[in-house]
Design a protein around this ligand. Structure first.
Ligand SMILES: Cc1cc2nc3c(=O)[nH]c(=O)nc-3n(C[C@H](O)[C@H](O)[C@H](O)COP(=O)(O)O)c2cc1C
Ligand code: SF4
Ligand code: SF4
Length: 285
């Protein structure tokens, strides 16, 4: 029984999960969503197909939406998803199930794990209640001891999840009738990360060493090196992944009027910046 795990990651949490699943599932291959988007046709070749990605704005990140909209999963008879999040309510399971249904397919299982939140403020408006506290607390929330604290329950969950996948069991985390109604309503009201077309007011300060790491990790091609400093191209979308911001080795990337301090950045400790950049390459691992 072959398994394909399609993954998207901004700062490594989802790549860590995808790899840990691969370790536990015989014959599983990892396929980067970003690298695959350049292919003319997106077709499954395995019986079991999984999607691993972060929750953005309570739903699916833009590249995942683009991928699913074009993905032909005909040979697959078991489809699962594993989402990583910072800890809020989400409706990604309902959103994904709806998108697959439109393509004549059924989502068989959905798993979710809370990991370190990879952004101090995301794209939340500054007037949101609790915004200031959320931003102030971020540096304490991204320390290695926080990652360790979340890793033990994650490893236990991964054991259960991989058994569920191997047995092709039906499973939906956090699903009750009330929750499902709320999720359906949210999915009808909220625009997805793809529909929002938001950009983040990033800029690089004078400490930039022109190493181009931010350009190398950017999955959408939005970051370019304009002479010595990065520029965020207007003609490319931002996937909101925070990879450029978190990957800069000297924390030179700041967010205008939102996070203009050098108080920590987050990349999952078991994932390298180079590996995040490598998801732009096509192919299976
Ligand atoms: C733009 C953006 C929006 C996010 N929205 C949510 C959210 O609505 N709920 C949540 O729990 N976490 C949210 N997060 C946190 C991520 O889902 C979480 O940190 C995830 O594990 C990151 O995965 P990655 O390292 O694979 O990119 C958001 C992160 C970003 C960058
Ligand atoms: S990663 Fe940081 S130091 Fe390197 S080019 Fe980008 S902003 Fe400059
Ligand atoms: S500009 Fe930054 S946040 Fe936007 S897609 Fe590129 S790396 Fe991600």
């Amino acid at each position: 029984m072959a398994t394909q795990i399609f993954y998207f990651t901004g700062t490594g949490n989802s790549l860590h999960v995808a790899r840990e699943l691969q370790k536990r599932i015989p014959d599983a291959t990892l396929v980067p969503v970003i690298g695959s988007l350049n292919n003319d046709s997106l077709k499954a070749t395995a019986e079991t197909v999984g999607f691993v990605f972060p929750i953005y704005l309570m739903g699916l990140p833009a590249p995942m939406v683009e991928f699913i909209e074009r993905f032909d999963s005909t040979p697959a008879n078991y489809l699962f998803a594993f989402a990583t999040r910072g800890g809020t309510f989400h409706y990604a399971d309902v959103m994904l199930a709806k998108m697959l249904k439109r393509r004549g397919k059924k989502l068989n299982a959905f798993f979710i794990a809370t990991m370190v939140k990879n952004t101090p403020c995301g794209v939340a408006p500054k007037y949101l209640p609790g915004y200031k506290k959320m931003v102030e607390r971020w540096p304490e929330a991204i320390t290695n001891s926080q990652v360790k604290k979340l890793e033990l329950p994650l490893q236990q969950k991964l054991d259960e999840v991989s058994n569920c996948i191997k047995n092709k069991s039906r499973w939906f985390d956090e699903r009750s009738i009330l929750r499902t109604i709320l999720k359906r309503m949210t999915s009808m009201i909220l625009p997805s990360a793809k529909a929002m077309k938001t950009t983040i007011p990033y800029f690089a300060d004078s400490t930039c060493t022109s190493c181009a790491m931010c350009r190398k990790v950017c999955p959408s091609g939005k970051v370019d090196m304009g002479g010595n400093c990065p520029v965020w191209r207007k003609d490319k979308p931002c996937y909101l992944c925070f990879a450029c911001f978190n990957s800069c080795p000297v924390q030179a990337i700041l967010i205008r009027n939102r996070y203009e301090i050098k108080e920590g950045r987050y990349i999952h400790p078991k994932v390298s910046v180079k590996e995040i950049g490598a998801q732009k390459k096509p192919g299976e691992k």
